[in-house]
Design a protein around this ligand. Structure first.
Ligand code: 1QQ
Length: 375
């Protein structure tokens, strides 16, 4: 597949009279400069994800450009969390802006359409928050630095089950989104493997506001724990309605719950939410704390996991640009694929053979309306 896509981008460059991305990117006096497109969920129900990602990228960009080996120009496009808008944005970045690479899109649902487009166009693309099964397997140009649900959910389930001696669970998931469905698949499989009894499996859709029917059923079955696969907007409302109905058991959530927006929306109803994350702002690590301080100075609040993942992703791309010694898309893809032992704020990072991630998550719980380490 590499051969084919590499060949097709050579043909494309030739057909364009060798234009490619030379006009906007290139090598200036030994320094590699590149236009990098960003497709992000900047408006609408999940805008807090996109804002965090944008903040992390901008901070990394400032630092990278100040160092001087690599100059990155970021071109941001809003996907509003929608597949068609994400695809249109990516096509503009690929064909009109001639970007060297793309960061994003935010949702796995979006990556499922943008990933194949970038791959067939020979444009390296790095998801920083896409956690569904199968994302890097879309193609050789598709990478991610976000820990997959398949690693994160079993880690949080195991700790929650050990601590609370869980035997019976209820599952609630969004059945109209690639990420929420993938999270559900992992929850179901892990529950089976752990010998848990699944009392009921309930579904909902994006933008739903009333979860009374699902939660009433769950409450009557009296589970020890609820497994929820949701984006923050629906997830927070679910927790709020559950607590108001008197459901006080812990929740284990997937990556969608890793946003402080859950606490902002649900307030004390968010207490008892358990999630796994590759990032924790209170980690005693110099790099982490420097990032937290700088981000806080700029934004007035502590960065979340999404900001941290985006920050590391741009550094990973900057290293690939430096190692490639050019902003040529194929050279950058090959350099990216070789990323090994990158020391970022998420810890030590390498891509596996498929461009996927191997990482140990930290499990957190919301207590007193704050994410703290789950022990
Ligand atoms: C995905 C996710 C979301 C929670 C990203 C914001 O993990 O869509 O894969």
């Amino acid at each position: 597949l590499v051969g084919f896509t590499a060949l097709s981008s050579v043909l494309f460059l030739t057909a364009c009279g060798g234009g490619g991305n030379e006009e906007s990117s290139g090598t200036e006096g030994g320094e590699v400069s590149a236009d990098v497109g960003v497709v992000s969920f900047l408006t609408g129900s999940g805008a807090a994800y996109g804002e965090a990602i944008q903040g992390g990228l901008k901070l990394a960009q400032e630092e990278i450009n100040a160092k001087g080996d690599v100059k990155i120009n970021l071109i941001f496009e809003d996907s509003a969390g929608k597949q068609d808008q994400a695809l249109t944005a990516a096509q503009k970045l690929i064909n009109s802006d001639n970007v060297t690479a793309i960061i994003g899109p935010t949702l796995s649902t979006e990556m499922n359409v943008v990933g194949p487009e970038a791959d067939l166009s020979g444009v390296p693309i790095i998801g920083t928050s896409t956690t569904a099964e199968g994302i890097p397997q879309i193609g050789d140009y598709v990478f991610r630095n976000s820990i997959p649900e398949a690693l994160a959910i079993p880690a949080s389930m195991q700790q929650a089950i050990d601590k609370y001696d869980v035997k019976k669970v209820a599952i609630l998931y969004g059945n109209d989104d690639v990420f929420t469905k993938s999270g559900y698949d992992t929850m179901k499989k892990t529950a089976e493997e752990m010998g848990l009894e699944v009392l009921t499996t309930e579904t909902f859709q994006k933008g739903q506001s009333d979860y009374n029917a699902q939660l009433t059923k769950i409450k009557n079955l009296n589970p020890d724990l609820i497994l929820a696969s949701a984006l923050y907007n629906e997830g927070a409302v679910i927790m709020d309605q559950a607590r108001k109905m008197g459901i006080d058991v812990p929740f284990v959530g997937g990556n969608g719950f890793n946003s402080p927006e859950v606490i902002n929306i649900a307030g004390e109803s968010s207490n008892g939410l358990i999630v796994a994350t590759p990032w924790y702002s209170e980690k005693e690590d110099e790099k982490v704390q420097e990032f937290v301080t700088k981000f806080e100075e700029e934004h007035g609040h502590v960065p979340d996991q999404f900001a941290a993942q985006a920050y590391d992703a741009l550094y990973i791309l900057a290293d690939a640009l430096k190692n490639a010694g050019s902003s040529d898309r194929d050279a950058v893809r090959d350099a990216l694929a070789k990323t090994k032992d990158f020391e970022g704020i998420l810890g030590n990072f390498s891509f596996d053979e498929e461009g996927d991630v191997l990482m140990d998550p930290t499990v957190l719980v919301i207590e007193g309306e704050k994410f703290v380490e789950f022990k």
